[in-house]
Design a protein around this ligand. Structure first.
Ligand SMILES: Nc1ncnc2c1ncn2[C@@H]1O[C@H](COP(=O)(O)OP(=O)(O)OP(=O)(O)O)[C@@H](O)[C@H]1O
Ligand code: SF4
Ligand SMILES: [Mg+2]
Length: 387
């Protein structure tokens, strides 16, 4: 397989950077309360558990200078910036499927939600371009320039999305059936009877037992695996051009994983769809995808075909990921190896190559310079070893 596929590009991400901006954090214990009052400091929201966890991973503090009664007062801690995606470039071709892999916190979910513009406003800040190429050959649309109403016209119809947290993502106030068919009503204006039949069909396709009974249920009466299958059927029900799936197999047992893998394969064959799967499960990624994109520290460090990834991965991090898998070690007749060190927190990202403290091939320049992106015949890799 040649790295440059001959088919059209459907989605192109150019040097994307995403930051979570958490404003109004009350990290100000120790600052005099009276001064805070005089400065009319008002925390704008209570941090939720996820955001609390993010504080521990903070990347940098904002600074703000205020003046009161002639006193200059500079304080930090009002704004917290977490850099989650750091200069990612990636192209998805029509009919191609990409498996996005990497350790926890490397930015997989942020990348997918950035494509869909699903961040709450106060959390997001993005740089770069996300270009969607419509099938009619018109000029590409930069998704980052669209407003919420314009994005809503694409969500569901152009982009199907399977969220990482299925139970939390379903609406607890609406029945499974109603929310599954909502897009067919809102965007395609289909008749109620047609919608119902289609929802039954798709709930059946994802092997949800008794679709007619489950149609009337609410999310709290479903297991995680069942909720995951509902989310998968919702993502596929309007035949989207691109499927963005975040850990689509995470809550499923082996039998249901096989059903979903077959379903996605058949949809790909029938509809010629294009997919990105974010997953920890490298085995599933190699079964579901044509191309593997390896993320580390918010960057895509290697892109290559599945066969190339399994036979000759170039980036030392890709090699480490594979050598840590029992089935890979057995197949290669090699030893199971652990990945040395820990994933750095966003505030600890080392300069130069972010993988340098964990890399067995590290050179002096890796510690100070950013590695170039090298294109070989069948791989794109960010590493000095291939200059
Ligand atoms: N809502 C949020 N608010 C603040 N920071 C966040 C938020 N979501 C993610 N982050 C931070 O952004 C970085 C990337 O997180 P992300 O969820 O994209 O990683 P991931 O690769 O999907 O991880 P996992 O494999 O665990 O799902 C992490 O440092 C995380 O702490
Ligand atoms: S650039 Fe240097 S430190 Fe980074 S992966 Fe390559 S050899 Fe290792
Ligand atoms: Mg994730």
């Amino acid at each position: 397989m040649s790295f440059q596929l001959n088919n059209d590009i459907i989605l192109k991400i150019n040097d994307l950077k995403c930051y979570y901006q958490l404003k109004g954090f009350d990290l100000t214990q120790g600052l005099d309360a009276k001064i805070m009052e005089m400065l009319q400091y008002r925390p704008s929201f209570e941090p939720k558990p996820l955001e609390k966890q993010a504080i521990e991973n903070y990347w940098s503090f904002g600074r703000e200078k205020r003046e009161h009664d002639g006193i200059d007062y500079t304080y930090e801690l009002e704004q917290l910036v977490i850099k989650a995606v750091d200069g990612t470039s990636l192209s998805l071709h029509r009919g191609e499927s990409i498996g996005l892999i990497g350790e926890t916190g490397c930015g997989k979910s942020t990348l997918l939600t950035a494509i869909l513009q699903l961040f709450a406003d106060y959390l997001s800040h993005k740089e770069g371009e996300i270009l969607y190429y419509p099938p009619d050959g018109l000029n590409p649309i930069n998704l980052l320039s669209l407003n919420n109403v314009e994005m809503n016209n694409l969500r569901g119809l152009v982009f199907g999305y399977i969220p990482q947290l299925p139970k939390e993502s379903l609406n607890p106030w609406l029945t499974i059936g109603f929310q599954s068919g909502e897009i067919l009503l809102e965007r395609l204006s289909l008749r109620q009877e047609t919608i119902k039949e289609r929802v039954y069909e798709y709930l059946g396709k994802v092997a949800l037992p008794a679709p007619k009974t489950n149609y009337k249920k609410y999310v709290d009466s479903l297991s995680h695996g069942q909720a995951q299958r509902v989310c998968i059927s919702m993502a596929l029900i309007a035949d989207p051009e691109i499927l963005l799936a975040d850990e689509p197999l995470a809550s499923l047992d082996a039998v249901n994983q096989a059903i979903i893998i077959d379903l996605i394969h058949s949809l790909k064959k029938d509809l010629g769809g294009s997919y990105i799967f974010a997953t920890h499960n490298i085995g599933a990624a190699t079964r579901l995808a044509d191309t593997i994109a390896v993320m580390y520290g918010g960057e895509v460090v290697e892109i290559c075909s599945v066969s190339k990834f399994l036979s000759n991965p170039l980036h030392p991090y890709s090699q480490c990921l594979l050598n840590a898998l029992p089935w890979y070690a057995v197949a290669k007749d090699g030893l199971l190896e652990e990945i040395p060190g820990k994933t750095p927190k966003p505030n600890d990202w080392p300069s130069g190559c972010k993988f340098n403290p964990r890399c067995r091939y590290v050179m002096d320049k890796c510690k100070s310079q950013k590695p170039p992106r090298i294109f070989t015949e069948d791989t794109c890799v960010g590493c000095f070893l291939y200059e």
